[in-house]
Design a protein around this ligand. Structure first.
Ligand SMILES: *[C@@H]1O[C@H](CO)[C@@H](O)[C@H](O)[C@H]1NC(C)=O
Ligand SMILES: *[C@@H]1O[C@H](CO)[C@@H](O)[C@H](O)[C@H]1NC(C)=O
Ligand SMILES: *[C@@H]1O[C@H](CO)[C@@H](O)[C@H](O)[C@H]1NC(C)=O
Length: 242
């Protein structure tokens, strides 16, 4: 269960991806403003039927992406910046691993948080459909590549069904570059309402000034972690909760 503990440590994106309710509370405490809950009309019990992209070339999809927009059925406010992900396929165990990093947009220290997620491909006839390797949901938890041109943009969606809860659904709009043209963004966003995604909850992720984030340490329980760019007394953070 190491990954699960790790998930608790790097809350928000794993929340985004794994839908852990307690993280919401931790986040609300972290942020000074109170979440204004707008009534959502996009919550459904069941995951939609998804047709993943055909003739999908997994190899070409791998590599480095910027997450320029995201949606999650558990998220009501934009809160992340500098979200990036790296996909790699290991032919050894046939798993896809996504490493990701991000910051809280409101974090004055711009501390980089990281995590990873691993999938398997249940049927190599449909390689754009992935399933989690971690056994964290009693129900189904599927990831689909909805579309990509490999070289510039991509759109992936996750959906989980959990007993007695609304489905958990999220979508990530990916770009090889930090910015993506408005027309492509619009084209990709328009693929989502058919899955009952309310686009007003699909948020942009700021990708400006993301190259020198403060590194976070997971190992040293009382470390003062200072990014090489920073050296004044204000620019440290005590990591004491791990
Ligand atoms: C994921 O990130 C870790 C730590 O930064 C790195 O060692 C590893 O090679 C990365 N793996 C992939 C698949 O990108
Ligand atoms: C994924 O994260 C775990 C926990 O931090 C780490 O032990 C593992 O090496 C990571 N895997 C990859 C492929 O980066
Ligand atoms: C994006 O982030 C940069 C750097 O923090 C900031 O200066 C800029 O105002 C942000 N843009 C938006 C639209 O929030």
């Amino acid at each position: 269960m190491y990954l699960w503990r790790h998930a608790a440590a790097s809350l928000p994106l794993l929340l985004l991806l794994l839908g852990e309710l307690t993280s919401v509370l931790a986040w609300m405490k972290y942020n000074s403003y109170t979440a204004t809950s707008r009534k959502r009309t996009d919550l459904r019990r069941r995951c939609p039927n998804v047709r993943a992209i055909r003739n999908f070339d997994l190899e070409q999809m791998m590599g480095y992406w910027h997450v320029v927009q995201y949606y999650a059925s558990t998220e009501e406010l934009p809160e992340y910046a500098c979200m990036r992900s790296h996909f790699a396929f290991s032919s050894e165990d046939q798993h896809i691993t996504m490493n990701f990093s991000y910051i809280f947009a409101e974090d004055p220290l711009r501390e980089k948080l990281q995590g990873n997620i691993t999938w398997l491909i249940p049927d190599f006839g449909t390689p754009a459909h992935w399933m989690h390797t971690e056994d964290i949901y009693e129900g189904i938890y599927n990831t689909y590549v909805l579309d990509t041109d490999y070289r510039n943009w991509g759109l992936i969606m996750h959906c989980a069904e959990k007993k007695k809860h609304p489905r958990y659904l999220s979508a990530l709009l990916l770009s090889r570059e930090p910015t993506l043209g408005e027309n492509v963004i619009t084209f990709l966003r328009e693929k989502l309402p058919r899955y009952d995604i309310d686009l007003s909850f699909m948020f942009s992720i700021n990708q400006t000034s993301c190259d020198h984030l403060m590194e976070s340490s997971k190992d040293d329980p009382l470390a003062y972690i200072v990014n090489s760019q920073l050296n004044s007394g204000d620019n440290f953070k005590i990591i004491n909760k791990l």
